[in-house]
Design a protein around this ligand. Sequence first.
Ligand SMILES: [Fe+2]
Length: 496
Amino acid sequence: MVDPDLVQRDFQRRLRSIPPLGMGLSVDVYSPDLFELVNALRERGLQPGYFEVFKATTTALVSVRQAIPDIPLSYHGEGLWITQPDVQASPFFQENVGEIVAQLNRIQSLWLNHECAMKQMAGYSFGTYVPPLYTKLSAEVVADNIATVQGAIDRQCRGAGVMAPLFLLEMPPLTYFSAGTIPIPHFFRLVTELVPCGLVLDIGHLWTVYRYTGACRRISLEQFVREFLDEFPLERVVQIHVAGLACHESAGALKEGEGLPEWIDAHAAPIPSILFTMLEQVLSHPNLSSLRAVALEVDTKPVKTIVNEYAEAVRRFSISVQQTMARGMDVEQSIGLIPCSMSVQGPVCQSDRQQLRDDYARYARIISGQTPMTGLEWEEAAGDTTGVRRYSTSYMPYEILHWGGDLAEMFPQTCRILAERGINLSTFVTFWFRSPRPLTQSYDFFLLKIERFLEFVRELAPDAHVCSEQEGDMLRQAYAQANEVETPVMEMERTR
Ligand SMILES: [Fe+2]
C-alpha cells in the first residue's frame, strides 16, 4: 500500500520550490488583450503577483513570456483527460504530455494546473468540462494518471537540470448535476493520499457543488463550506481561483422567490459578492497551510471590469492572502527524493479500468439523454432528475449547435438547404451522440464539429454534401490561419 505520510512529504518537498506569488489573474493569451490589461492595471498602480495563462500555441505563450518578463507566469493545461481510465492508451496522450511539458518549461511555470474533468469520455465528445464520477475507483484512476504525467514532467526536467513543475488538480464545477458514490471532498482526499499533487480550490466551483448536490436544500452556505473544508484536503491547496457565475443562455430566467439562481461557472460574468464571502471563510481555515497564490479567472471579460474587480479584491484580501501564505512557509522540512509513482501499490488493473470505462460510457449516454439513469453512482441524481434533464435537454444541445461555433453561421448555405428539406438541426444532436467514435486527433471541439457535421449532411442530405464540404474547407483554412497568427477566428469562448 502507498503510505499517505510519504506522499505528503513528497508533496511538501515539491512545494518548497514554489515561492509565494500572492494575488494574480488567470487569463487567456488571446482574450483579454494582455498588454492592454497590464497597462490598464499599471495606470491604477497595480501589478499582479502572477498571471496564470491558459494553454495556447507555444509561439503565443513565448511571446507573452518575452513581453512581460517581470511577471511570473503559471500554466493552466487542457486536454489531458486524467479522469479517463483509457487516457494513457490514447494515441495522443504522449504527444499531449510532451507538448504541455515543453510549454511549462518555455514559460518557466512552477505548476501545471489541470481540471479534474474531461470533454471526452469513452468515445463521446463534449464542448465544455464534465465532472468525473465521484467514486473510489475513479479516484484511484485519477491518481494513477497524475502519477504518470508527473513522472513525465520529472524525467524531462531532470534531463534539463531544472525543478519539475508540480501537478495541481482543480476541483471542477458542476453544471446542474453530480454523479458518484462518495462525497466530493472525500474523493479528493483519496487522490491526495495516493499521489503528491497539489490542488486548486475554485470558489465558484465550490458554490456550484453547494447548489447542485442538494446541500442547498439542507444547510446554509456557511455551514456547507465549513463541513466541506473540514473534509477536503485543504493542506494540499496551492492555488485558489475566483471567477464569475451566471445563468446559461440556454436556461430560462428564474422568477423571484424560486430559491438560489441556476448559476454555472462563467468567466465572462462578474464575480458575485457571495464568492468573496466564501473566500474569506476559506482563507481563515487553519488547514490552508500550502497556499501560494490566489487568482481571479478573468478570461473573456472586459479589461475595465477586470481592473475594477482586481483592485477591489486586492484591497480586500491582499493582507489575509499574505498572512495565509506566510503561515505555511515554515512547515516544510528537508527530505530526500521520493520518486513519484504508484509502483508500491501497482497501477490500476486492466479489469478495473475496463469497468470504469463502461461506467463512463453509460455516463455519456445518460447525460446526453439516450438512456435512463441506472447504476449506484446515479442513485442520488435519479431521486431528483431536474439537473440531468436540464443538462441533457437544454445545456448540451446548445453546446453542440451553438457554443464554440454556431452551426448556422458556420454552414449558412448548407443549413439553408437542410431547412428547405425539412431537416431540423436538432437532429444533429442525436446524430452526435448516436455511437462512440475512436479519436482521430487531439481534442479540438471546433474541428470536431466540422467533421461530424459533414458526416451528418452526407448521411441525411447527400446532395448538399458538396456544398457542406466547400464550407467546411473554408472554415478549416480560416481556423488554421487564425491559429498561425494567433487571433481567434470565431467566438471560441472557453469554460474551464
Ligand atoms: Fe478555475
